[in-house]
Design a protein around this ligand. Sequence first.
Ligand code: ATP
Ligand SMILES: Cc1cn([C@H]2C[C@H](O)[C@@H](COP(=O)(O)O)O2)c(=O)[nH]c1=O
Length: 278
Amino acid sequence: MQQKVWARGQFTARRWTRCRSWFLVGSSARPETGRSSGFFITFEGGDGSGKSTQIRRLARRIRKSGLEVTVSREPGGTPGAEAVRHVVLDTGAAEPFGPYLEAILFASARNDHVEQLIRPALKQGRVVLVDRFMDSTRVYQGAGENLDPDFVETLERVAVAGLVPDLTLILDLDPEEGLKRAHARRDETVPADRFEKEDVAAHLARRQAFLAIAAAEPERCRVIDASGDAERVEKRIWDTVRWVMEERAMPTQKPARNGDRSPSEVPSAHDRLLGFRE
Ligand SMILES: Nc1ncnc2c1ncn2[C@@H]1O[C@H](COP(=O)(O)OP(=O)(O)OP(=O)(O)O)[C@@H](O)[C@H]1O
Ligand SMILES: Cc1cn([C@H]2C[C@H](O)[C@@H](COP(=O)(O)O)O2)c(=O)[nH]c1=O
C-alpha cells in the first residue's frame, strides 16, 4: 500500500500545499525541537543490530537526492564527546564510579555534541543522522541500571536542551543474532566494549526497553525489523523515512529562484528527497 502512495507524480498538489504551508507559517508552527530547519534522525537498537551499516546506506540515499547530510554517533561526534567515549567504553575507567556517574558522562558528551555539531548542522538545513542518542541512556542506564527515573529525565532534559529527534528508527533484532553479528565484526576490527560484554538476558531486557519507548512515543519512533540481509533492511528504512518526511512535510531548503513558475511546478529539496519530480 505504501508503494502505491509513493508512485511518482501522485498527490503533487497536496504535497506542495503542505510544504508551502511550512514556509508560509514559519518555524513557530513546527514541533518544538529547538531549531528551525533541517531534519534530525536517530538510530537506536541493540548491539550489532546494524545501526552503523544502515546509517551509511541511508546517508548515501539521501545525498543522492541532493540534500546535505551530517552523520555522527554517540557517545562521540566532537573531540570532547569522543574523549568521554574512550573513558567510558574503551577503557571502562568510569565503571568503578557507578552507573550514576556513567549516566552523567553520557549526558555531558551528548550536550557537547548537540551544541557543537547537531544543532548547528540542523540550522544549516542539513539532514542529521546520529547513531544512538537519548534513548540509549534511557535503556542502558535508566532501565538497565535501574536508575531513579526523575534523575534520568532531568539529565536528558539538560543534555538535549530542547533538541528532540524528528524521527527515531529503532532497529529491532533478536539479541542473539545481534551479538553473533557483533562477534563476527569484533574478529575483524573492534574489541568488545563495556556493554557488549554483558549476558544475553541484559540484551533481551534492552530490546524490550527500546520497544517500550517506541510504544510510548509512536509519533517520534518507528520500529524497523532489522533481520534479513542489509539490502532488505535498507529498503524498509528508506520506505519509512520517505513516508515520515512526507507526512511531516519538512522541507529542508526553500524553493529558490522559481522565476515565474507556479509553486506547484517548483521542485523543492523535500520533493527531491522523496523523488517526486526531477
Ligand atoms: N543485515 C545484516 N545482516 C548480516 N550482517 C549485518 C547486517 N547488518 C550489519 N551486519 C554486520 O553486522 C556487524 C554489526 O553491524 P553494525 O556495526 O552496523 O551494527 P551496530 O548496530 O552499529 O552495532 P553496535 O551498536 O554494536 O556498534 C557488522 O560486521 C556488519 O557488517
Ligand atoms: C549513547 C549511549 C551509548 N551507550 C552504550 C551502548 C553501546 O554499548 C555503546 C556504544 O557503542 P556503539 O558501538 O557505538 O553502539 O555505548 C550507553 O550505555 N548509553 C548511551 O547514552
